[in-house]
Ligand binder design. Structure first.
Ligand code: GLN
Length: 195
């Protein structure tokens, strides 16, 4: 399995390590040509969504990424990656890849209390560590989107078909549950005949 990790900005190395730890090959996606190679999945890391969105436009990567995701390529967005995938944001007029039926709230935990750590259940994996860094949350999900985790009543992980998002940074904790969940999506996609 080859997972492309968007590497134009943000916390991509930790995702690469996590994927390699689980036996998947990773390639860094830094320019439009990097998107021409065969990929089985995509990771959009945390960082700063406005900067990432701007770079994706300047590098000519945004439309290709959107097409691949619309065509069903499995994608996992964390934090800023979630904001890139959100169809709507409550407090930001920018839209980036915008393929997922979620409304996100950016920097939703305030500036001073922007970072915190907690443990909460994720999908059927039980309690996992969750690190939040100036994180968004998901204010609402649209049709066909499944809620996978909530913290204090707020949605912090969701899935729609082959798109997975977390508001927290699972690459920073010592649990591999979310990355394993993503790899099971990739396997499901490959088993359904994806090239
Ligand atoms: N606050 C950042 C944004 O709005 C996201 C933070 C993160 O990815 N850790 O893009």
């Amino acid at each position: 399995m080859t997972i492309g990790v968007l590497a134009v900005q943000g916390a991509f190395i930790e995702h690469e390590h996590r994927m390699e730890q689980l036996g998947a090959r990773t390639v860094e996606l830094r320019c439009a040509e990097d998107l021409n190679q065969p990929l089985d999945g995509l990771i959009l890391p945390g960082g700063e969504s406005t900067a990432m969105g701007k770079l994706l436009r300047e590098l000519g990567m945004l439309d290709t990424l959107r097409e691949k995701i619309r065509a069903g390529l499995p994608v996992f967005g964390t934090c800023a990656g979630l904001l890139l995938l959100a169809e709507d944001m409550e407090n930001d007029s920018r839209r980036h890849i915008a393929t997922m039926h979620i409304t996100a709230c950016r920097n939703a935990y305030g500036r001073q209390l922007g970072s915190f750590f907690t443990c909460a259940p994720f999908a059927d994996a039980g309690n996992i560590p969750m690190t939040f860094i100036r994180a968004p949350y998901i204010a609402s999900v649209g049709e066909g989107t499944e809620v996978l985790a909530t913290v204090d009543g707020r949605i912090v992980a969701a899935r729609q078909d082959m798109q997975l998002v977390t508001a927290f940074h699972p690459e920073l904790g010592d649990s591999t549950a979310v990355h394993q969940y993503f790899l099971s999506m990739v396997r499901e996609h490959l088993a359904n005949g994806a090239a």
